[in-house]
Design a protein around this ligand. Sequence first.
Ligand code: GLP
Length: 243
Amino acid sequence: GMKAMHVRVYDSQRQTALAAASLFAAKILSKPDAVLGLATGSTPVDTYKLLIKWHKDGMLDFSRCRSFNLDEYVGLTPGHPCSYRRFMDEELFSHINMKETSVPLGSAPDLQAETQRYDAMIEQAGGIDIQLLGLGQNGHIGFNEPDRSFSYGTQVVTLTKNTIKANRRFFGSEEDVPRQAISLGIGGIMKARQIVLIAYGVSKAQAVREMVKGPVDPVCPASVLQLHHDAVILLDAQAASLL
Ligand code: GLP
């Protein structure tokens, strides 16, 4: 049979973030040169705040860690105010002492070459030790949208209407949201040695249910995590309300 995912439900977002940050801290303390897989969106922000606090308190040293982000919008330069590179600089990197941080280059002239370069860099770094994930309302992880098959390597993806709507709050209007992104593939995510997925709020409850209780099916990309040997799903009570 299939290995059960570790699902943990907390009373508040704060406790959920504390659990996620603790797993990252434990990894960094036990492996100071850990390779961190990082995510964007609203969900990881509280977790990053805790990691920053622990760094400032002298508890966590990121100097030997390196990181790879999951995804980036196609067409946005690193300096664009809505780029995920910019988001990561503001929400985490500028507050800690990690020297090497990588985000796919959405403005690369040759996107195909960029996807290959990104996978090669992760491989050279020895692979991802611990991967943080949020969850799309449609069950996407990274920017891997519902599909007929699970993707493998980093690739250029077309965003669904639902995702564009969900992410327009970060942009001026829906028209300003890029239609495509570069994303680590499902295979790339599954290669991470440990996975920590966080979901908050009732808007994620249906996707959480499909991820945890549904069949492993690329229609809900996150359902693949049922097959991972070390995936922890951290939920607040609202996100867990349909379990
Ligand atoms: C975006 C990101 C995902 C993220 C998802 C959920 O589409 N590419 O990595 O998990 O949004 O975002 P939020 O955490 O803001 O709900």
